[in-house]
Structures are given as structure tokens and as C-alpha cells.
Design a protein around this ligand. Structure first.
Ligand SMILES: [Zn+2]
Length: 419
């Protein structure tokens, strides 16, 4: 079926090229790290394009950037669409930029078609989604959802030694044309288009992913302590070898957690033995665990299994174990009515779509805490992202933007053609 309003695909692709030139790397990616000169230049370009079209531009104290197209009912909270403009140090040109520029294309397409929406629609570019220069990531959307800046952010320093608050101040003054607004305000909802950053849509040849939520993540730091001893003279019955205990626990966890539950992700990405000598039994073994699942209940159950496995294997080998949880991010369930609207939009446009859970963090995770939110994914080549070789087919960029527009029209209700 013909879309109610069509986005201008050529204009969107040109915008993607124009923004990819800001912080372009020789390998074809971008280095536009949060609050740096390239990030500031990208913000300035978006603000210039917006002001030239007669849209209002705002930034809040976190330098979250908003472009507002007025609606019929200006007193009603705006509906937000957008993503982020910052990148990894060797990032791709679509991660964040596609969602932000497609959102801006939605505003322009509505304007071109002379359509007045019931509520104002705003494009947002959240500050520091990536978290690579300044940690944590998603600072902009997190602070927006809290309504204040967490006190312990004051001393955050970048990987380049720059204080976060200094980089923030420089970014804010670099955009004098933007009106100032307070941090956090009522919104009607939030919709974000993003590349999948994984291989499943491409593999199944489906152009659209409708994201039902973001899986939860827990990190653990596990240390098993035994007794360091001579590798040649210590016979089996005298050994208290933490490597044996770690191996036994990992063997049983790898054999069960993921094979028994396709939604679970269990990863040990770092392991170290101390003192780390070729001819000594280790005195202790430390390892990291990254556990992910869309359900809090399953996360609890798997965490309990991990704790039991390490306690049992430590005990069986005369060792002790210390387990610390170093990170705990709850899963997010996205808004069902919004998901239904996106689904309806895909049917309307005749685009194949499937429901999926996001494996990565996104700004939508935080915004979902204060308003109805969901995301639309499009495929990226080989599932590659956070990589300069990141690539999205032009037709998928355009289909994603058209989905963003159609879904926005579905969500914001009846539209008024004013000419
Ligand atoms: Zn991103």
C-alpha cells in the first residue's frame, strides 16, 4: 500500500553522507566521540538544517539536542523520535546517525507534505550514547529520565583526560542558536530507529525488526582462592587448585545455561591466574562473567545457578570463592501500544517485520522508564557495528525512515492536511 506520506530517500542518503564526512576516518568510518569537536560540528549542522527549515532548536543542560516541529496542539507533550550523533573512536557511519537523520527526514517529509500533526514532534540527539570517551554511556537519556544530573558524574574524566563537565560546557556554548530548556519534561512517547548491530535480520532477509525490549545485563567478578604450590612436586591429593575449580564450574555452566535457554547469554571474556607462573599451581583464579537475558526472573535463576556452581566446585577442590556483582541493568519491556502501532505501520507499508529483543543498550532503555517507547531495527551487513566497515543498504535506510514516519503518524493519531 502507498504510504500516507513519503520520505525523500535521496535527501536522507545525502544527509547520511554529509554527516559521515564529519569525523570521517580513512577506513570509511567515523570518529565523532561525545562532546568533542566533531560531535559539536555534527550538532551544529543539524541545528543549521533545522533552523533553515523554520523548526525550533533546543538544548538542555546535558546538551541533549531537540528539533521541534510545531503541532496543532502546542500545549500537549511532544512525541520524540531520534537517536544519537556521537560515535565510537573507530565507529561506523550508521550507528546513531541513521536514527537521528531519519527522524529529521520525518520532520522534513511532514513539512513538505503540509501535514499538521496533533502533537508537536521533536527530533532528539541524545548526548554520549556510546560511553567510549566518557563512561557511562547513554548519559543524556539517563539524566533526562532521572530529571537531574547524578552527583557522582562531576569528576568523570574522558579517556583523553578532559573533564566531562568542561567538554559539556564547551559543547553547550558552541550552539548559541539553540534555545535553552530544563532537563527532563513530559513527552508523549519515544521511537528510535537504529541498525540491528547483529546478524539476525540480514540472515533471515527481513528488512524491519520491531523491538519488544532490551535484555537485562549482570556482570560478576569471581575469584577462586586455593594454594599456590610447586607444579612438579605437589601430588594430586595435596593440591588446592583454583584452576580445577574454575574449570569444573565453567564446564557445567557452559554446558547448561545457553543450551537450555536460547534467550540466555553467558560469557566469560576475561580470566587470569595468579601468580601466573608456568611451573606453579595458581594461588587464585579471577574471571569475569557477563550474563544477559530479557527476563528478570530468569536472570535471578541463572545467577543463583552460577553462584551454586562456583561454591560447589570451590568446596570440592579445597578452595574458597568470592563472587561480586559489579553491574546490574534490569531488562526493559517496551510499550505494547507503541509496538502495535509499529506493527500496523509495517503492514500498511507491506514490509516484512519480526519481533526481537535488543542485545545492546540504547537510549530507548532509559526513556522507556518515563514514557511509552520502542525501537525499529534495520539490518546491517554481516551484523557488523562499532566498526568502520559498518554498512547498511540504502534501501534499508529508506525503509527504516519510512517506517519511522508511518509509525509516528500511527502513534500521534489522526493527521490534518493543511493544504
Ligand atoms: Zn547507537
Amino acid at each position: 500500500m502507498k504510504p500516507s506520506v513519503e520520505i525523500n530517500g535521496a535527501r536522507l542518503l545525502k544527509r547520511l553522507d554529509d554527516f559521515a564526512a564529519i569525523g570521517a576516518t580513512p577506513a570509511g568510518g567515523v570518529n565523532r566521540q561525545a562532546l568533542g569537536p566533531q560531535d559539536q560540528a555534527a550538532r551544529a549542522l543539524l541545528a543549521d538544517l533545522a533552523l533553515a527549515r523554520g523548526f525550533r532548536v533546543f538544548q538542555d543542560p546535558l546538551a541533549n539536542l531537540f528539533v521541534r516541529r510545531a503541532g496543532k496542539n502546542e500545549h500537549l507533550p511532544p512525541f520524540l523520535i531520534g537517536s544519537h550523533l556521537d560515535s565510537q573512536p573507530t565507529g561506523g557511519r550508521y550507528d546513531g546517525a541513521l536514527g537521528t537523520l531519519a527522524a529529521f527526514e520525518v520532520l522534513e517529509a511532514l513539512d513538505d507534505a503540509g501535514i499538521e500533526t496533533h502533537v508537536p514532534i521533536e527530533v532528539v540527539a541524545w548526548t554520549n550514547e556510546e560511553g567510549s570517551r566518557f563512561a557511562p554511556g547513554a548519559m543524556g537519556s539517563m539524566a533526562f529520565s532521572l530529571g537531574h544530573i547524578p552527583g557522582d558524574w562531576d569528576d568523570i574524566k574522558g579517556t583523553d583526560g578532559v573533564l566531562w563537565r568542561d567538554a559539556l560546557a564547551a559543547t553547550l556554548v558552541n550552539l548559541p542558536a539553540a534555545e535553552t530548556r530544563p532537563l527532563g519534561f513530559p513527552i508523549a512517547g519515544y521511537l528510535e530507529l537504529h541498525i540491528e548491530q547483529g546478524p539476525s535480520l540480514e540472515k533471515e532477509d527481513i528488512p524491519i525488526g520491531i523491538v519488544t525490549g532490551v535484555q537485562g545485563t549482570r556482570w560478576f567478578e569471581i575469584t577462586i582462592s586455593g594454594q599456590a604450590a610447586h607444579a612438579g612436586t605437589t601430588q594430586l591429593s595435596f593440591r588446592r587448585d583454583p584452576m580445577v575449580a574454575a574449570n569444573a564450574a565453567l564446564h557445567s555452566l557452559y554446558a547448561t545455561i545457553m543450551p537450555e535457554d536460547e534467550n540466555a547469554r553467558f560469557t566469560v571474556g576475561r580470566i587470569a591466574a595468579y601468580p601466573g607462573s608456568v611451573n606453579a599451581i595458581a594461588g587464585s583464579v579471577s574471571l569475569s562473567v557477563d550474563l544477559r537475558h530479557p527476563s528478570s526472573g530468569n536472570l535471578d535463576a541463572i545467577e543463583a545457578r552460577i553462584v551454586r556452581a562456583f561454591q560447589a566446585s570451590a568446596l570440592a577442590n579445597g578452595c574458597t570463592v568470592d563472587i561480586r556483582k559489579t553491574f546490574d541493568m534490569s531488562p526493559a519491556q517496551f510499550s505494547e501500544p507503541l509496538i502495535n502501532s509499529v506493527e500496523h505501520a509495517a503492514r500498511h507499508l507491506g514490509l516484512a517485520a519480526k519481533h526481537m529483543v535488543s542485545g545492546a543498550f540504547h537510549d530507548a532503555l532509559y526513556i522507556a522508564r518515563i514514557a511509552p517507547a520502542t525501537m525499529i531495527f534495520v539490518p546491517c551487513r554481516d551484523g557488523l557495528s562499532h566498526n568502520e566497515a559498518e554498512y547498511v543498504e540504502p534501501e534499508h535506510c529508506i525503509a527504516g525512515a519510512q517506517m519511522l514516519l508511518q509509525s509516528t503518524l500511527e502513534v500521534t493519531g489522526t493527521v490534518v492536511i493543511d493544504r
